[in-house]
Design a protein. Structure first.
Length: 253
């Protein structure tokens, strides 16, 4: 009896690479190129498609992975003045850019889904009502107006303008958007963890401020915990998290 294997469908080679990275739970900044290349080539070898343009894209990426793998297997020349560039750097940048656009497409899809739930009603006001204008007798309206009343009205309008000013926020200066991203924060968290070894999450938050800083730092810690770089212990519900840095095997050898 023949065994039929159904492969997952991916939008392109970068989509497949992201899937393999997440499946193996590896750090996108430190891709184990040998493992990922073997799994990638195994998938390409099982592909059954008549779309030659799509197939050529997967083959080009396969050649790129093999080239990177070859470079990393070759002995490196020792250079005193400048450090040799990682052969994976360009691939990592392409993956990060693709991941950003992929998640942005998910956000747009969610907004489109929410927009589909919105309904509106076409205007149905009769022309007679829409075109109706009330006749105003200005002589009667201004018959009892005096300079004193006009002054009172003017003072009232000016006081409303004063009341609109927030006594606290109006004294603030310019509000600048916090520029922080998860990739840079992961680098900072790893350096902090290597320096301190074991520390509490709240101590990590003392290096910045703002809601976005807390969120991005928390996501960075979770991402590094997923890849095995950090170990987290929380003794009680809503308590502070004790974080321990896990050294790599190469570092402990």
């Amino acid at each position: 009896m023949e065994l039929t294997v159904k492969l997952e469908v991916f939008d392109g080679p970068l989509d497949l690479l992201l899937h393999l990275i997440e499946k193996n739970k590896v750090d996108i900044f430190d891709i184990p190129i040998v493992l990922i290349t073997e799994q990638y080539l195994d998938y390409v070898g099982q592909m059954d498609t008549k779309d030659m343009d799509l197939m050529s894209e997967f083959l080009v990426m396969a050649a790129t992975l093999i080239r990177i793998k070859s470079k990393m297997l070759l002995p490196r020349e020792e250079k005193e003045e400048e450090e040799e560039e990682d052969p994976r750097q360009e691939l990592v940048e392409r993956l990060l850019e693709y991941k950003m656009y992929k998640y942005a497409s998910f956000e747009l899809k969610d907004r489109q889904y929410d927009a589909a739930k919105v309904f509106f009603k076409e205007p149905s006001i009769p022309d007679e009502v829409k075109d109706y204008k009330e006749d105003i007798d200005y002589d009667e309206l201004l018959s009892d107006v005096t300079l004193s009343k006009l002054q009172e009205i003017f003072d009232s309008v000016m006081q409303k303008q004063v009341d609109k000013i927030d006594p606290i926020r109006s004294k603030f200066g310019e509000i600048e958007k916090e520029e922080i991203n998860i990739e840079d924060q992961m680098i900072f968290v790893e350096e902090y963890a290597m320096l301190h070894g074991t520390f509490y999450f709240r101590k990590l938050l003392e290096r910045g401020s703002g809601k976005s800083y807390v969120i991005v730092t928390f996501l960075s810690v979770l991402e590094m915990m997923k890849t095995g770089r950090l170990r987290i212990v929380q003794e009680k519900l809503f308590g502070d998290m004790l974080i321990t840095y896990q050294k790599r095997q190469a570092e402990t050898a």
